[in-house]
Design a protein around this ligand. Structure first.
Ligand SMILES: Nc1ncnc2c1ncn2[C@@H]1O[C@H](COP(=O)(O)OP(=O)(O)O)[C@@H](O)[C@H]1O
Ligand SMILES: O=C(CO)[C@@H](O)[C@@H](O)COP(=O)(O)O
Length: 564
């Protein structure tokens, strides 16, 4: 009798559940639930409280709605009884964090704080804690803090400590009311099992925790701010559990809510990028996985802890137990294209797309595919949402160079795709130059699946073959695999994620291979990109930061005028 596991992948815009057959990895049914409140970057749900620049929030009830709707849906579609589902695992965007009270209730769901922006979930791409991140990096550097090296030299404004410090600075009352500041992924598992446990992946990559050294010292936190001296005991106290462990079992209440049996095994929480690695069959060093969607994450395994400038982090047991997991990333990939389609494409293109029955991305890609490499005369920098690796600076912004009165939308679209490919090559070179080998490249995620031109461009720019995941929901498949490991062999699952990967991971037969002629031209274009990268990104010309300062001053001047 076949057994099943369910994986739930919480993305930026929606949550998706996949019901997977143990043993084969066959995806039997999928259900998607867009978040009711989406990404809140302008107003709170009350429609009145305006958010500042660089804010990005989510609503925690959306996460529960995903479970309530998608799990009964997949069971129903597959006509499978809950008795045959042995495990469940979830993965999430990260660092996506929220303040909760002693009952585990998110502060934004309390009457007292329901209209306070700092009480909501801060999404991974909430970049308004850059001042705190800058200050943290200066202090850590001045104190010679060893942990900085593990994070490529800088802590990002996307991560937990800058976000929590922003709350303390701007809303001390929320900070005081916070019993625990938790990753959304851990909070959802807490809702399922009744126990708050933190996973080693987000603790390691996002909260500056180290398997041997623990968190940074009390002295370091005191140097940041006297009020942070005891932050670990006061706000981050819960137990940290390695990836691949069982978090617990479904409570009666949670089981009733989502339509599974009480006692079903629940895996410790995971992250959308990291969880995808075993789902494409990677369980050993040297193989880079690109998880390509709204943003791109690059995950790589290694035997040793090496220092790589500008990487997001290296964490022991962060991806696969027993190995070092390296992470790097680009904050803006699909988001880049979406911005372009929403702001820069003429109505005639939308009409053409509609007439052909395709979406605007497909139309622009078809047109861009007709262009020769270098033909547009354009080059772009991929920093429309800051630079996550290798510069780790959310204050950097986008560049498009070479435009003329003859420039067409598809040329810009292609230049934006190419910019993201050059950004990935910069990351690959940073790893190799630091002694972390990359011998193979794999890709998964919405874009790897949808955009063949883009994958060919990446292969040409990297001059490497690219293998593609056969699953259209790779993170959810990975989560289901971890769910099967949480259940264990005795209940029909696996004892180890490597065993699960051997049986359940799947790749497409077609492999993208570099085209020699294109690769040569891309080498020249990459040289130009690298010059612009250093010029704008490493302090030679701080025009992007200066523009942001002028913008900030102008916005606050306008605000003062309105209130006068
Ligand atoms: N054909 C396409 N080519 C390139 N980008 C696309 C295409 N279709 C959608 N996108 C972009 O992909 C992103 C969504 O990626 P997806 O993997 O589905 O979601 P998520 O990152 O939330 O997990 C959006 O930002 C969208 O602009
Ligand atoms: O930063 C991480 C993982 O470390 C991601 O969760 C974040 O980039 C969001 O990923 P998506 O682009 O929504 O798939």
């Amino acid at each position: 009798m076949a057994k099943y596991s369910i994986g739930v992948d919480y993305g930026t815009q929606s949550g998706r559940a996949v019901l997977v057959e143990i043993g084969t990895g066959k995806e039997i049914a999928t259900a998607v639930k867009p978040y009711t409140h989406g990404v809140m970057d302008e107003f709170l749900p009350n429609g009145k409280t305006k958010l500042e620049n660089d804010w990005a929030l989510q609503h925690p009830t959306d996460y529960i709605e995903v479970l309530e709707t998608t799990i009964p849906d997949v069971l129903n579609q597959a006509k499978i009884s809950a008795d045959d589902v042995i495990g469940i695992g979830i993965d999430f965007t990260a660092c996506t964090v929220l303040p909760i009270n002693t009952y585990g209730t998110p502060l934004c769901l309390t009457e007292e704080f329901k209209d306070h922006p700092h009480s909501f979930v801060k999404l991974w791409k909430h970049h308004a804690a850059q001042d705190e991140a800058n200050r943290l990096n200066e202090i850590a550097e001045a104190r010679g803090e060893k942990f900085l090296q593990r994070y490529g030299g800088k802590i990002s404004s996307e991560w937990l400590v800058p976000k929590l410090w922003q709350i303390l600075n701007e809303a001390p009352e929320i900070y005081a009311a916070t019993d625990q500041f938790v990753e959304a992924t851990d909070w959802v598992i807490y809702q399922l099992t009744g126990d708050l446990k933190r996973n080693s992946c987000t603790a390691g990559y996002k909260a500056i925790w180290h398997k041997q050294d623990g968190y940074p010292s009390q002295e370091f936190f005191k140097a940041l701010d006297d009020r942070l001296e005891n932050v670990i005991e006061e706000k981050l106290a819960s137990e940290i559990v390695p990836i691949g462990s069982k978090a617990g079992e479904l409570t009666e209440q949670a089981a009733k809510l989502i339509g599974l049996n009480p006692g079903t095994a629940v895996a410790i929480a995971n992250v959308d990028a990291h969880v995808a690695v075993p789902a494409v069959g990677i369980t050993e060093p040297g193989k880079l996985l690109m998880i390509m969607g709204t943003s791109t994450c690059h995950i790589l395994l290694g035997d040793e802890e090496k220092v790589v400038p500008g990487m997001c982090g290296v964490v022991e047991d962060g991806v696969i137990p027993g190995l070092m997991g390296y992470e790097a990333g680009q904050s803006c990939v699909g988001d880049h294209f979406e911005w372009f389609t929403e702001n820069c494409v003429p109505a005639s293109y939308y009409e053409e797309a509609e007439a052909k029955g395709v979406n605007i991305h497909v139309l622009l890609t078809e047109k861009a595919a007709q262009l020769q490499v270098g033909e547009s005369g354009l080059i772009a920098l991929d920093w429309w949402n800051g630079n996550r690796s290798t510069l780790v600076d959310a204050d950097l912004t986008g560049v498009l160079l070479g435009a003329t009165l003859l420039t067409k939308p598809e040329e810009i679209y292609r230049a934006l795709i190419e910019a993201t490919a050059y950004g990935t090559r910069t990351i690959v070179e940073a790893f190799r130059n630091s002694g972390v080998p990359i011998n193979e490249v794999y890709a998964c995620g919405g874009i790897a699946e949808k955009n063949a031109l883009m994958m060919q461009i990446y292969s040409d720019v990297l001059k490497m073959d690219i293998k593609i995941s056969a699953s259209s929901q790779t993170p959810a498949l990975g989560s289901a695999m971890f769910g099967a490991v949480a259940a264990g062999k005795e209940r029909g699952g696996y004892d180890d994620i490597k065993d699960a990967a051997k049986e359940m991971a799947r790749l497409k037969d077609d492999i993208y291979q570099p085209k020699q002629q294109n690769a040569q031209i891309y080498d020249q274009l990459f040289t130009e990109y690298a010059r612009l990268y250093d010029y704008f990104g490493r302090g030679e010309n701080n025009v992007m930061k200066n523009l942001k300062k002028i913008k900030k001053a102008s916005v606050s001047q306008a605000k003062t005028e309105i209130t006068q």
